[in-house]
Ligand binder design. Structure first.
Ligand SMILES: NC(=O)c1ccc[n+]([C@@H]2O[C@H](COP(=O)([O-])OP(=O)(O)OC[C@H]3O[C@@H](n4cnc5c(N)ncnc54)[C@H](O)[C@@H]3O)[C@@H](O)[C@H]2O)c1
Ligand SMILES: O=P(O)(O)OC[C@H](O)CO
Length: 341
């Protein structure tokens, strides 16, 4: 297969390395000097150091253009904040013939101060497939998600992913591109469930990082993960997802990985806030995107719009806003009245 991966951050690079052992992969970076250095050194020193490119990987910074129409699959590896722009550029080039997979896990950031009435479905704070429907309705597309740290995938360590789309041909293209002896890719037609799981687990991983940073104990962490899964499921089902999707790789699987795995950038944000860092310091210390920081508010807005209760996500928003301290967030959650499970 011919695969283009647009965006040479940690995850795009990891998938390019993995797939480059089996296919022809063009890893595209918008930054020309970065692309030249990667092509010369056969490694992405900025985002994934010490993990050399496999034979099938070539690097490009050629303008987004007709060369993409010659691919069997185009992968958007940039964060959620760039998805809309990327899809808008790709739509006239790819038409309905070349499928697109997006890797980002988030909801589009809501505008600060936007009211719940302004929240989606009227335009603010969309999921990735909703952005695609808005800006590139004819394009075939889907999400590649599931529990997966870039470093492990680039090393060829066993990993299972989910290829989600309502279009069977797009699911098949993602499976064909990435299913191999180190990556198992499961197809799923519940795009809403897979995107909700992938986005909201990032918000909850900030909470779990905070919990562990404050040394609240293993009981507290297990409670947060379990009650967090209940929040994800409530929101997802209200948005039209299937309940069982949240018991799968993109739900429970990714929530457990991101909440407990120290490679997680979202978890690291929570750990840093517990140490007394400001949000800006925490974000700056990562050098990578932590999507939970940018989508927490949208998640809560969409939940409020639907009348869905998400107390943990709400506490994360208040914490990120600086309106409560870590200790107050804990007191807020533990001070809630008794209720049935
Ligand atoms: N890193 C992981 O382990 C991992 C795993 C699964 C999913 N994801 C998701 O994948 C997405 C990307 O994560 P990452 O870890 O690669 O982030 P990263 O911070 O390592 O890199 C982001 C990359 O996107 C590029 N970029 C940003 N805007 C762009 C644009 N308009 N055009 C081209 N490139 C652009 C940046 O230059 C950078 O190279 C996120 O939504 C993340 O949640 C990451
Ligand atoms: O490092 P994080 O927190 O962005 O998580 C990476 C992946 O989404 C884990 O599946």
């Amino acid at each position: 297969m011919k695969i283009a991966v647009l965006g040479a951050g940690a995850w795009g690079t990891a998938l390019a390395i993995n797939a480059g052992a089996h296919h022809t992969v063009t890893l595209w970076a918008r930054d020309v000097p970065q692309a030249q250095a990667m092509q010369a050194e056969r490694v992405n020193t900025r985002y994934l150091p010490d993990l050399p490119f496999t034979a099938g990987v070539q690097v490009s910074s050629a303008p987004i253009g007709p060369w993409l129409a010659e691919q069997d699959l185009v992968v958007i590896g940039s964060p959620m904040s760039s998805l809309r722009g990327m899809l808008t550029q790709l739509a006239p080039i790819l038409g309905s013939s070349v499928p697109v997979a997006w890797l980002c896990k988030g909801f589009e950031a809501a505008q600060p101060g936007a009211s719940t009435a302004e929240a989606s479905p009227s335009g603010v704070g969309l999921m990735a497939h909703e952005v695609k429907a808005q800006v590139a309705p004819a394009l075939r597309g889907g999400a590649l998600s599931g529990p997966s740290f870039a470093q492990e995938v680039a090393r060829g360590m066993p990993t299972a992913l989910v290829a989600a789309s309502d279009d069977a041909a797009t699911r098949d293209a993602m499976v064909q591109a990435f299913h191999n002896n180190s990556l198992r890719v499961y197809a799923n037609d519940d795009i809403v469930g897979v995107e909700v799981g992938g986005a909201v687990k990032n918000v909850l991983a900030i909470a779990t990082g905070l919990c562990d940073g404050l040394q609240l104990g293993l009981n507290a962490r297990a409670a947060l993960i379990t009650r967090g899964l209940a929040e994800i499921t409530r929101l997802g089902v209200a948005l039209g997802a299937k309940t069982e999707t949240f018991m799968g790789l993109s739900g429970l699987g990714d929530l457990v990985l991101t909440s407990t795995g120290d490679l997680s950038r979202n978890r690291k944000v929570g750990l840093a806030l517990a140490q007394g860092m400001t949000l800006q310091q925490a974000v700056d210390s990562l050098g990578h995107v932590a999507e939970g920081v940018y989508c927490a508010r949208t998640v809560v807005q969409r939940a409020q719009h639907l009348g869905v209760d998400m107390p943990i996500a709400q506490a994360v928003v208040a914490l990120l806003d600086g309106s409560i301290t870590p200790a107050q967030a804990v007191a807020l959650l533990m001070g809630r009245g008794a209720k049935g499970e």
